[in-house]
Design a protein around this ligand. Sequence first.
Ligand SMILES: *C/C=C(C)/C=C/C=C(C)/C=C/C1=C(C)CCCC1(C)C
Length: 246
Amino acid sequence: MENFLSLMVEIKAMGATDYVGFTFFVGCMAMMAASAFFFLSMNSFDNKWRTSILISGLITFIAAVHYWYMRDYWAAIGESPTFFRYVDWILTVPLMCVEFYLILRAAGATRSLMWKMIFLSVIMLVTGYLGEAVYMTGMGPAVWGAISGAAYFAIVYEIWKGGAAQLAQAAGGAVESAHNTLVKFVVIGWAIYPIGYMAGTAGWYGAEGEFFGMALNLDVIYNIGDAINKIGFGLVVYNLAVNSQK
Ligand SMILES: *C/C=C(C)/C=C/C=C(C)/C=C/C1=C(C)CCCC1(C)C
């Protein structure tokens, strides 16, 4: 009995500083709210924009469901839900690539542009998973992380300087400016994830005070990244739909 009580006291004390559990919880609620917002606003737009808004909602909805499970997993086991995390990403990140395609379709974007970006995003995530969950010792995390990073840079190149960038420039106006904002999300917002990856790799940034005096936690970083990127990305698309309907 005494043991049980002291365990309960310990758990309660941990609750107040369980930033990981807290960000899973808030992340879950935020993704649900964003999904309701995108789904309910969908029908107020022209057909042309509905698919884009639907996809914004699907991205946050898929994340909400995964956050529900990840929050539970963390609360029950106290370990990183790496598997759920990557299942979530492998579904939602390709959908973000589809958003680029849909926005640029009127400017002449082809399916092959879409598949190229989806392919690169899958390479980025599968190799990231290998470095984070499978080959976790020796050079594993560095090698797989570098391959993942190369795929990430290829995506950045495509939308910043490559074919997608040229289409956006040709489209001009609201499409070009929305495209440029989404590029910023990918260049700045997605760069949060490699920091999380490094925080999760033994001997890198995770241990006490190794990143400019801060001990970083992989899940907190990933959760912040997801909230910014999934909800923010969707809002950029929403904003484009609103602006082009005026
Ligand atoms: C909604 C989820 C998103 C936008 C997830 C994005 C994930 C990344 C951009 C991950 C990138 C990684 C690297 C560039 C190298 C290290 C391994 C990863 C997978 C964390």
